[in-house]
Each structure stands twice: as C-alpha cells, then as structure tokens.
Design a protein around this ligand. Structure first.
Ligand code: GMT
Length: 384
C-alpha cells in the first residue's frame, strides 16, 4: 500500500509510534510518506522507502496564529494526489484528524480513507478543552477508522465524548532487536560507579509526567544506598528537576543527558525505570525499557496496568505515592534475584505481547478495512 503518515516531529510518544510504524511498514514492503512540520526525531535521514513531506506554514502580518490546519490539509491532499496514497494515517487527533478529513473532502471523488490513532493527551487533556472538544469529537466520528493505544483510552474516549463509534485497540509496540538487553554493561560506568544503583527516567518533562517526583524518589533511595538517576529528555519541567535535585543535595547524583534519538543504548544500562506519571494512556517509554530488560516502577493509573503486570514484570504503586515508589525501588535493589526475575519477565512480556511483528499487522488490518470502505461513522446528530 501507499500510506501517508501524519505526526508531530517532537519527542512525544505519538510521533515516536508514528515513525517506528513507518519504518516497520516500509520493512513489510509498503511505500511510506511522512508529513510533519519538521523531520520526526527518529525518522532515518537516508531511507528511500520513506519519503518526508514538510508542511510549510506561510506567515502573514494579518495572522496572529498561522493556520497550520489548512497548510496540513493542503499538503495531505497534494501528497495523496501526487503519490497516489491509498490511505492516510494520522497520529494524535488534534488537529491532524480534522485536517485529514478536510483533505479527503478536497480530493474527492478520489478516495482517501482516514485512519486516526488516539494517543492519550489528545483525549485526556487537550481534546477535552472547550476550544477543541467539538471538533475532536467530529474528527473522530468522521474518520474511516479509529484506533486507540489502550483499552483504558478507548473507555476514556467514550466517557469524554460519549460513545461515538467503533474504536479498535492497537497497543504501542517495540522493535525487540533494537531494544534488547545489553550483556556488556561497561558503558554503565560513564554514569555510575560499580556500587551505585542506576535508575532511569525518559520523558518529555511535561507536567503529567511528574518528573520532579523521579528526583524525589532518587533522593529517598540514595539516603539508604548509593544511587544515580539518569534523566533522558527535554521539556518544561526539566529546570525544576535540576533545582529540586540541588535543594535535596543530590545534584551530583542526577545526570541530565537531554533528548536522545537512540534511547535503546541507555535503557539497558539501568537497574530500574522510574515513571511517576499521574497517568499514561499506554506508556511507550516503559515498554521500550522493558524490552531492554529494565523493569519499570510506575503508578497504577491509566493504561499502565495493560503494560506492566505488578509483581510479574514490574511494580505498580498507588497513584502519586512517591514514598511507596521509593520503598518499592529499595526493596527490589535489595533483592537482586527478584530484580533479575522481573527483568527477564519484562523482556519476555514486551516481546511476546508488544513485539512489532505482532502489533504492526493489526494496523495493516485496520488499513485494509478502511480501504475496503467500511466508512466513517454516520454524521453526528445536529448540535452534537
Ligand atoms: O505524553 C507524551 O509523551 C505525549 C503523548 C503523545 O501523544 O505524543 O504520549 C502519549 O502517547 C504515547 C504513544 O501512544 C503513549 O505511550 C503515552 O502513554 C501517551 N502519554 C500520555 O497519555 C500522558
């Protein structure tokens, strides 16, 4: 198939899933066209199976807000016509789904089925904002097929917008070859001494991630045994994390390495992954860590219980209980055999349940159905 992929280029999970999916689909023989306003973080620069189409937004003194949605819709329509797209798959509802639905209308009578994947904050935070809610609901209904990354997110979509239509759950996935345990732990010495425990946190440091709590947990752990926290990523709360580390006297124990394109080289070095998010619709960073044999300690919130099985391949604690998280980390660090069991189960579970060869065909099935013409949900009732 000739598949258009629309996503954000930044370090957020939706852009990462979109890019990983594009690479996996190219490996399976499809022709891929990625549309965004900048090259997505993990998009390979030299891969002629995946063409990148930049969305250019022209500014004009009249515009206080340059109309990205219109520019994106134009680019989708143009790419569909020039490249003969069979389907366009948009990641993150706002404004991508709306732009794709508009492009579909523009290219008619040529068919352009729209597949929308809901990732999380497009429903749980931004999509619920009064400014966007009605249009988000409309775009979901008008898409030819809709997927969500967890059962929890599907239920949340129904709760927020009312049951709008059928939504398929297609979970996040991981490439088990790139994301794998590294028996050679020599690189770990760049961050931690042999007697240090090494904890890792990867996120975009948005408030929902509660990244400062990772520093709090590190401080509590380090008070009882030497530990280092590796902070990977960039975002609004990064400076607050650094300030808190200084206040708690553990600044030299927290290593900030910024946004990294190859997190698979860092994740296997750690003993545990800390994810103190208030909630996650899925938790892609956790899955990637598990595939590397680094189990996660997180909260029982959102879709995380669909990824981490408490006591089997990680730990899930009561939401926002940082003290419980620190206790769980100390317990595991103090029981190396138990930690090893969790690590092995995390790797095995990630590969068996969320390996890319298991999940990517589910997207292909959704495309086939959309192309086959199952069609969008019936138009919303007046006033909906
Ligand atoms: O929170 C982020 O990292 C951004 C957000 C996004 O859509 O870019 O991530 C969401 O999508 C990921 C991929 O599907 C999920 O694994 C994350 O759990 C989800 N984030 C939240 O729900 C907070």
């Amino acid at each position: 198939m000739r598949i258009g992929v629309v996503c954000y280029p930044t370090a957020g999970g939706s852009g990462v899933v979109a890019t990983e999916l594009a690479m996996a689909l190219a490996d399976r023989g499809h022709a891929l066209h990625v549309l965004s306003y900048a090259p997505p973080l993990r998009l390979p620069a030299f891969d002629d199976r995946i063409r990148y189409h930049e969305v250019e937004v022209t500014s004009y003194p009249l515009f206080r807000y340059p109309p990205y949605d219109a520019a994106l819709a134009s680019r989708i329509a143009e790419t569909a016509e020039e490249e003969g797209l069979d389907v366009v798959h948009v990641h993150y509802a706002i404004p991508h789904a709306l732009a794709a639905v508009l492009a579909r209308e523009v290219v008619a009578p040529r068919r352009l089925p729209v597949v929308t994947t809901l990732h999380g904050t497009d429903i749980t935070i931004v999509g619920q904002d009064r400014a966007y809610a009605r249009m988000t609901r409309h775009a979901i209904r008008a898409s030819d097929a809709v997927t969500s990354v967890s059962g929890w997110l599907r239920a949340e979509t129904d709760r927020v917008f009312g049951p709008t239509r059928e939504i398929d759950v297609v979970p996040n996935f991981v490439d088990p070859v790139r994301f794998a345990p590294q028996p050679d732990r020599a690189r770990r010495r760049a961050f931690a001494r042999p007697d240090d425990a090494l904890l890792v946190h990867v996120s975009n440091f948005r408030p929902v991630k509660r990244a400062v709590s990772a520093v709090e947990v590190l401080a509590k752990v380090h008070a009882e045994r030497p530990a280092v926290l590796l902070m990977v990523g960039e975002g609004p709360d990064r400076a607050a994390c650094e300030a808190r580390a200084r206040e708690l006297g553990v600044r030299d124990r927290v290593r900030f390495v910024g946004a990294q394109t190859e997190v698979e080289t860092l994740l296997p070095l750690a003993d545990l992954f800390l994810l103190p998010s208030e909630f996650e619709s899925f938790g892609l960073a956790v899955l990637e860590s598990m595939a590397c044999g680094t189990p996660a300690v997180a909260f029982e919130a959102g879709g995380l219980p669909e990824v981490v099985r408490d006591g089997v391949d990680g730990r899930l604690l009561p939401p926002c209980d940082d003290a419980a998280m620190a206790r769980a980390v100390l317990d595991l660090l103090g029981a190396p055999a138990r930690l090893r069991e969790l690590s092995e189960a995390a790797r095995a579970g990630a590969v068996e349940r969320f390996g890319r060869d298991r999940v990517v065909p589910l997207y292909e099935a959704v495309y086939r159905r959309a192309v086959g013409g199952a069609g969008a949900a019936s138009p919303p009732a007046a006033g909906a």
